[in-house]
Design a protein around this ligand. Structure first.
Ligand code: MD6
Ligand code: FE
Length: 190
């Protein structure tokens, strides 16, 4: 956990880079195999992007529109290099947009080929209540508030712990010019 890793200027620069990613590869609202829409809107940068639709969830070479995913912005890649030294190069950068009423259910990130590689997460915009549990389902959980500029590394024994976002606290950050939150996760998917 790297609280306040990015200062305001770095956050603003990264948001500009992410807006360009979203312009090239628009946010989509994924659905589960059962047709349930997630509340979070998502897109990706990098060689592969995470998608979920009626065919299930997986990493794909292209955005659902057919365009290639844009490259991972250098500002985002620099965070990986600093907090995950020695890890392989990330090939996927998932961009999650949370409107104030969006949430993310408890889940594990286990679609990547090498679970020995970490996941690095960057929070921008409004505060969020992040819940972290155990590798096994159930059991005690802890809550931590993720604020704009915070970076979380999930690696080693923590890599497979269940986690989710309980709620966004609207009006706690003015970075995005509107209520809501962006979370970026960098991964080695393949
Ligand atoms: C979020 N984060 O912060 C959701 N996954 O909006 C994640 O799902 C996550 O923060 C893997 C590693 C770190 C994370
Ligand atoms: Fe996750």
């Amino acid at each position: 956990m790297w609280p306040g890793y990015l200062d305001r200027a770095a956050q603003e620069a990264m948001v500009g880079d992410l807006r360009a990613v979203i312009a090239a590869a628009p946010l989509v609202r994924p659905v589960t195999r059962r047709g349930q829409a997630l509340s979070v809107r998502m897109t990706s940068a990098g060689e592969v992007g995470w998608v979920s639709d009626r065919r299930g969830y997986r990493y794909e070479d292209r955005h659902p529109s057919g365009v290639a995913w844009p490259p991972i912005p250098a500002s985002v890649r620099a965070v990986w290099d600093a907090v995950a030294p020695g890890a392989a190069a990330p090939d996927s950068c998932l961009v999650n947009w949370y409107a104030p009423d969006a949430r993310m259910g408890m889940h594990q990130d286990r679609d990547e080929a090498d679970l020995g590689q970490p996941v690095v997460s960057i929070s921008l915009g409004d505060d969020a209540r992040f819940r972290i549990g155990n590798v096994e389902r159930g059991g005690p959980t802890q809550s931590v508030v993720l604020r704009s500029g915070d970076v979380v590394v999930m690696g080693g024994a923590a890599r497979l712990r269940h986690h989710g976002i309980d709620l966004i606290v609207p009006g706690t950050g003015d970075l995005l010019g509107a209520p809501g939150r962006i979370n970026v996760t960098l991964r080695v998917a393949r």
